[in-house]
Design a protein around this ligand. Sequence first.
Ligand SMILES: *Cc1c(COP(=O)(O)O)cnc(C)c1O
Length: 446
Amino acid sequence: MIHGKTLEAWQASHPLLAELLALRETNWFNPACVPVATALEDVGLDAEDVAQASARLRRFAPYLAKVFPQTAEAGGIIESPLQPVDELRRHLLQEAGLSAGGSMWLKMDGELPISGSIKARGGIHEVLKHAEELALQAGLITLDDDYARLDSDEARRFFGQYKVAVGSTGNLGLSIGIMSAKLGFQATVHMSSDARQWKKDKLRASGVAVVEYDSDYSVAVEQGRRQAESDPRCYFVDDENSPHLFLGYAVAAERLARQFEREGVRVDAEHPLFVYLPCGVGGGPGGVAFGLKLAFGDAVHCFFAEPTHSPCMLLGVYTGLHDRISVQELGIDNVTAADGLAVGRPSGFVGKAMQRLIDGYYTVDDDTLFRLLATANALEGVRLEPSALAGVPGMQRVLRDDGYLARIGASEARLERATHLVWATGGSMVPEPVFAGYLEKGRSLL
Ligand SMILES: *Cc1c(COP(=O)(O)O)cnc(C)c1O
């Protein structure tokens, strides 16, 4: 029994479950998606909250520029480039037998400095928020100070009295761990069995304690939560429920809007924007999508992409059970090479907050991810980790669904003027031999 119903009864009321159970690549365009004006209040956060997160990142920029020299050129602002990918676009259209035009771009979050994934947005913001609160309370800084002064032995000794803990499949651990250790915190990362060895090695080399579990993400998070509960000096970064992670991700949108402006890319009712976001627990894609809805309103259409073996957000929103159901309860194993997306139970906060603002969800097979990894590397020279490819097939899924396109009023003329943005969430820090293995696997599948 699953929440009072047999699996058969669930399948009868929710026909798409058969596709998920069979591990087939699936799309679901949510009929309950409504205009921004109606659904924004579901989130419980607003534009002012995002503006505050953005201002906090600017206050810390001089500090970041000093302690992470790779951010100095950008003045300590952690941001990624936008890359046009016309060859890849042509390939995808041809493969799917589609002719619609529009343009396609990659948002290269794999190149974000410090931790090389989308987690450098939310994770670093949350550590900085906590550090700022402590430092302000202790009188170590004021809001008007140059935060570069936090690069001092005094500040590191101060933060050294406190601990930060997090549970992660890898990339969030990298962000939280590296940022916390740099400030002087005692950092512990609880890693799920999916976590790659190189990520653990990198953390230990940065002075972070890594605890390894032989189980999945939810268990690693639970252990982190427990460590913090028993210790008042320990701050737990709650990937399943954190508004501060969410807001850190959301800041991406105002910066993207400026990048589009510089590139001459228009986004409005006549120039729709489709964004494809790889989804694990949901905080990263949810926060970015929230920011995008604030920045572009109903002109932006957001989609979450998940592995066929870990379709937790699709399952949670589709059944309305959110974090009360895991993929494992349906017999889906949550085993995928897309380690950043290997999550069996979605964030309840994000699912409920964003369900009326997300146009659709789809799943991608691991073999598809590897094939696309090799194709994107060959055509565009990009270096992405498997999770980061999940957004690539999104354009095909959308352009093939006439029912959905009719519902949103996407005429052929509008589709010709559309922009498709794939959020390429990680990859630049993957060690060369590991990446070579990914490439070889992808090429063998072509
Ligand atoms: C974490 C992660 C995601 C998804 O973010 P969630 O907040 O877990 O949904 C996507 N891609 C990569 C590479 C990640 O590390």
